[in-house]
Design a protein around this ligand. Sequence first.
Ligand code: RM4
Ligand code: MN
Length: 388
Amino acid sequence: MTDITEIRTVLRGQSIELPSWAFGNSGTRFKVFAQTGVPRDPYEKVSDAAQVHRFTGVAPTVSLHIPWDRVSDFTDLARHAADEGVRLGVVNSNTFQDPDYMLGSVCHPDPAVRRKAVDHLLECVDIMDATGSRDLKLWFADGTNYPGQDDIRGRQDRLAESLATVYERLGPNQRMLLEYKLFEPAFYSTDVPDWGTSYAHCLKLGESARVCVDTGHHAPGTNIEFIVAFLLREQRLGAFDFNSRFYADDDLMVGAADPFQLFRIMYEVVRAGALDPSAGVNFMLDQCHNIEPKIPAQIRSVMNVQEATAKALLVDRDALAAAHQDGDVLGANAVFMDAYNTDVRPMLAELREQQGLDPDPMTAYRKSGYAEKIVDERKGGQQAGWGA
Ligand code: RM4
Ligand code: MN
């Protein structure tokens, strides 16, 4: 696509979902450094997320994490989101922080623990009914640390059975997103370690089960854009959890470690026409801001995704196809790199101005006084955190 007006229209329609947990305190297993002005409850997290949308115009939904974001009335939380100009998005489940889950959750050898995990997932679907959310995101910390610790194949059976129970409960417009992760917290074997395992379970479950690709959950050197291309071709890519990594599951700002990789991923998305909402791909951030201020870090991340998307849209697909036909290896690569090396920031700044936004979201946020206001207002109470 090289028609600039068309590119602008696509960029204007882009939608990036924010994780509620990015606004709370987080850290490593060594230390959580508390910041000032951090939300004390899910309402304040939603308000902070709304600031990111206010300054970027492309982040209209917020992902919830249960139980971190449990409230007594989810329809009221949805109303609060609407008042702030955003909507509640994916419901992320949590089957990894209860003492019962030491040896796993849906794959646990004890049927009582599996039942407890499945009940939690069913409760998440109840919450989706109340919030109007389409997607249930499943990430399982399940796995083993030592060879022989449990029956690898038996755990797959338990996983399949648990997933089927939850799948049955989904409403007609609801979906299940199965996320995979290579390792951690389990170090020897993980029950959903890769896209192939997730894909195979989704295929068995049915059309409403899709794979979630968290960009930080692969071995170093993995060609993530291949996975994306494959899953899109099979119409089984349900969502991204965007973040970037240098070493493991670093959860750093997307596009910070490797903006070229993000461009390559977004090119496959564009190539498949999957920016269109009808493709059913949810573009989410899954990040933690341990040492940097959280709201600006989310704004920066949204901008990084926008920039990678704009560059991907700029790839001259006709020229690329012609080079492919001619077997012109260097020519094809040059077409690709030309797009990547284009400075799209002026175009995005202009686009924001056309939408009545400040061309520079980072500065506009800084000048807005919101950061000072929350430090002032949010005194007392318990700061939100991931409770690790
Ligand atoms: C996991 C995974 C999930 C996220 C949790 C907090 O590693 O990425 O998506 O919900 O972390
Ligand atoms: Mn994730």
